[in-house]
Ligand binder design. Sequence first.
Ligand code: PMP
Length: 283
Amino acid sequence: MQIYINGEYYEKEDAKVSVFDHGFLYGDGVFEGIRIYSGKIFKLKEHLDRLYKSAKALMLEIPLTPDELKKDVEDAVKRNQKENGYIRLVISRGEGDLGVNPFLCKKASVIIIVGDIQLYPEKYYTEGISVITSSLRRISPDCFDVRIKSLNYLNNALAKIEAAQVGCMEAIMLTREGYVAECTADNIFTVSNGVLYTPCLTDCALEGITRNFVMEIAENAGMTVREIHLTQYDLYNADECFLTGTGAELIPVTKIDGRVIGSGRSGKWTQKLAELFHEAVYM
Ligand code: PMP
């Protein structure tokens, strides 16, 4: 494994960043998780757009132009000879002093790791997963806009801990107003009467690349797609429910807070969209 740090490549054992890096000290940085399918990097442009938007919101200057970074990501994939895999692209604020002031960090660090990911065992893609609603609310935009894909995942990690404590794999997070936002690392969808629903982005949901792609696939398959305020009641009474994310792809949810969703197995639309998704990405 060859890991890229600021333009140089290192073996895994030697790939190290400073303990004074504000990504480590303060979670000050942004990142993207990206898939490689059949030798092609999936939606690299969209991931880079989101990365640069996140960085802009944080006044974090990425020391490469989007074209330069694109080329470096492509080179890292070639060098690691990955046909199918996962890329973690991290931009941290860089080395500073022990204070939080980001402007004392001289230059952002750019890290590209090309590896593998398997978030859920295969059987859950037909059986579905059981999830809970977290007691923790998703961070609101008056504190921090979650559309910034930052290195600060503690709100998510705490919800994930809560789920694990009761034997669940994921947690649904609500907005402060009580609407469904997203899960700890995935967007959420329901299907009711053949219509696909997902929370609107202003309900503290990341604009997932997979989310957007699944909405496009669904529309092309003739489904009506609606971004709305969703409540727990809507989830419990949906015909189908699934999560989307770069790592998870499209995973059915068959139980929420102890309530069985639909048939209790992956639904017909969920299966169809997953099939269309796989056809498209491995094309
Ligand atoms: N929400 C959160 C909080 C995430 O971290 C992610 C990324 N895993 C997603 C949603 C899904 O986004 P994407 O489809 O771009 O991976």
